[in-house]
Design a protein around this ligand. Sequence first.
Ligand SMILES: [Zn+2]
Length: 440
Amino acid sequence: MKILKAYRFRLKTNPEIEDKFRRQSGCTRFVWNKALSLNKERLEHKIPLIWYNDMAGFLKLWKQSKEYGFLKEAHSQVLQQALKDLEKAFKDFLNHDKPAHEECRLQKNKGFPNFKKKNIHNSFRYPQGFKIEGNRIFLPKIGWVGFFKSRDIRGIPKNVTIKKENSHWYVSIQTEEEIPEQAHPKIGSIIGIDVGIVHFVSIADGTLNEQFIDFPSPLKMYSKRLAREQRKLSRKKKFSKNWIKQKNRISKIHEDISNIRKDYLHKASTAIAKNHGIVGVEDLKIKNMIKSARGTKENPGHNVRAKSGLNRAILNQGWGMFKEMLEYKLNYSGGILVRVFPKGTSITCPECSYESKENRKSQAVFVCKSCGFTHNADWVGAEIVRQRTAKKLGLVAPLIYPAVGHTVEACGGKGHKPPYEAGTSRKEQSSTAPLGISNL
Ligand SMILES: [Zn+2]
């Protein structure tokens, strides 16, 4: 089984290296913009586009010309790569009704390729010619550059991208790794996870235990600080010295937030992938198609208002990254990430399968109108995801009531008297465990 993965590290630069980076990305940007404007014009005049093979021939001519001779400074494969990337962007645009990748629809800029702007788009990619040794990388036309190696690189590096973000330069190393098929030691453990309203994600493991992953409190503190600093920015004159200073301050906070979040998500996803072989999540592709029914910011549905604004953006970003981490970590250990039909997960009863909006008594509490089952609403969403995961794989995922040892079949199994009808409160049986990462 082949696993593709990207490793991103901050580069150790100095003014000389940064100057080379800027030149290389300047040439890349020039080639991209030049080829884009040629094709844009052809498109406007309904003339067939120039594709990579011909455009690469043009590039050779540009390099030999007097006016564009500066392109010789850049590594030729980097410039060719820019033309290949542009071709892909055009093809995506022309096929935008049929996204190749499930999360394509989520990406905003799948429209017409954009012109790259100085100071905003600083990146370039090497398809080959680079070398990695320990914590340094050799880049053609630039030389050896050190990086902060925060983890080991597994697999064969296929390409590297150099990119400036905020005030630092980063290298992203795309690798491919062939791993042997193996069975996860806990392949029998099925969990469902869902983005929560109160918590970042909720986990259901077949018992009534409520497990949540919440971002560490510093993150909340940072998001408050971010809001404050952004208010300050809005009061400053655009592009003034103070405005730029304030803008840098904000970049730094973004960077801190991203580091804390990433570190935390790594720990949480490692723990989950180690302890559970099968992890179910909602299928985003379908979720996006039905999103319109759930409401918009202007016309809020049940989960829009609660997560609006800055906090929502921070949480959402984390969710995509979290799933990505979970998927490759599960793949490494022989486990599997399963995507299930997302509609109605938060309003379906895990016990009798009755689906109704009426089941959501409030944001936080689920009460089934049909059988009376009641539990934390976030947990219910995760439990339905878990049951659908099992169903999709053709497995049975019983809901286990820990206090009584009573089980119900996952897919609408009937015939058992729920224990709370005999006078015990379901709520009392469940344990709301503020679990540490090691217990996930
Ligand atoms: Zn029910």
